[in-house]
Write a protein of this length. Sequence first.
Length: 185
Amino acid sequence: MELVGNSLCLDFANTVSKRPGGRDQLATMEGLLTWAQVAGIHPPDAFVDVGGVALNDAIELRESVYRTFSAIAAQRHPDSDDVSAMMSTYATALRSASLHREGDGHVPRWPGERSARAVLWPVAASAARLLLEGPLNRVGECPSCGWLFLDTTRNGSRRWCSMAMCGSQVKSRRYYAAKTAHRGS
């Protein structure tokens, strides 16, 4: 599992290997819990209540996050139903949160929460924070695989999910095409 989004919610949206129609890393509850461990949310054995409802909620949240930030990357307005779904999950999360001081403000934490749905709460918090605080002009979508990312480069020039995954492939194809065209002339 690659985490290249530079934002927890974008990494969660990227759990489909290539959009559209790629391999879904959240096809099973085990996949969701493995992603949560890789993303640093919780160890998989920290949860009880690992049923299909939580998995359905996870997929619905992921798709809402993807559609919202894909629209933003394309400089379109996100669908209000998708934004409402994200914010509803965030509101549920806040009801179970305790606030912890971080820097100049506070962040929600969920110590001791063992519901499998709690895996989604840090994701919803990340999505709400990015949507409300930005920087939305730095949200991008890889043209090769459809993964979302937050461009943290100084000059805002990131174009791919990562150079290792898609960037080098695009550059290689471009080089090959130029070389082939040069030979033909």
